[in-house]
Design a protein. Structure first.
Length: 238
């Protein structure tokens, strides 16, 4: 039962602190987001090298629409740039790109680049890179509940067939394993509506390091810490 000593197969990251990083250096917030994109590149490459099954990155939350329109536009521009520029790197590293969240509400051009990169990497057999975009954990559960209600109404699903396993089949992450390790940078001790269902038994690791400063050495530190832990899933020492 214990996962002690093992590499996590699925890591999820709340990439926080870009704005603070910029402020501390006397830059505009945008510089922080741009630097943050460099960390995405480095961490993705490292995780692929370690043969992780999946890396899930919280890139834009549903709540992030509350930010000034200028910042939202810049974030969407950076997303588009990332999707275009990283196509080669994604394929060179045998990575398959996927996305979770209400992706259909993103600007059309971002959706288009996302679709192209996903399509171009769909036959890759290495790590899955899952971007959480316009993502909200409660929305994910509500979307699942709606679809379940529809299926029950049309007779496709029986009431007694609604189990934890079938429920999971209605979530955005239906085909993916739950994260073993959730990393949050920037020091906040909160989940911010990320993967509510999926992190029930995930190991949490929070660091004050701001996302643009988060590099390979910090990833190693998080993984080492994870490997020292004993996961009991409600049981007793194995
Ligand atoms: C995280 O950095 C990036 C996104 C939420 C897109 P922030 O922009 O939240 O940075 P802080 O928390 O203000 O420092
Ligand atoms: C969490 O960061 C969301 C992402 C990293 C995309 P926020 O900066 O939006 O989170 P809160 O508002 O501090 O909880
Ligand atoms: Mg933040």
């Amino acid at each position: 039962m214990s996962d002690k000593g093992h590499l996590p197969s699925h890591i999820a990251i709340i990439m926080d602190g870009n704005g603070r990083w910029a402020r501390r250096k006397g830059f505009m917030r945008f510089r922080g987001h741009r630097e943050g994109a460099e960390s995405v590149r480095e961490i993705t490459r490292e995780c692929a090298k370690k043969h992780l099954k999946q890396l899930t990155l919280y890139a834009f939350s549903q709540e992030n629409w509350k930010r000034p329109q200028r910042e939202i536009n810049l974030l969407m521009k950076l997303l588009k740039e990332f999707l275009i520029k990283e196509r080669k790197e994604i394929n060179d590293n045998n990575i398959r790109l996927t996305a979770i969240g209400r992706v259909h509400e993103l600007p059309d051009d971002a959706q288009r680049e996302l679709a192209i990169t996903m399509e171009g990497s769909k036959n890759n057999t290495g790590m899955i890179l899952c971007l959480a975009l316009n993502y909200g954990g409660r929305a994910e559960i509500v979307d699942a509940a709606k679809q379940i209600a529809k299926d029950v109404r049309t007779g496709k699903l029986g009431l007694d067939e609604i189990t934890e396993e079938t429920f999971k089949q209605y979530l955005y992450m239906r085909d993916m394993p739950d994260p073993d390790l959730l990393i949050r940078t920037g020091g906040e001790m909160r989940v911010s509506n990320f993967l509510l269902w999926e992190i029930s038994y995930t190991e949490l690791w929070v660091t004050p390091v701001l996302w643009p400063d988060f590099k390979k050495a910090h990833l190693e530190e998080a993984i080492k810490d994870y490997q020292r832990r004993e996961r009991r899933f409600g049981g007793i020492r194995g």
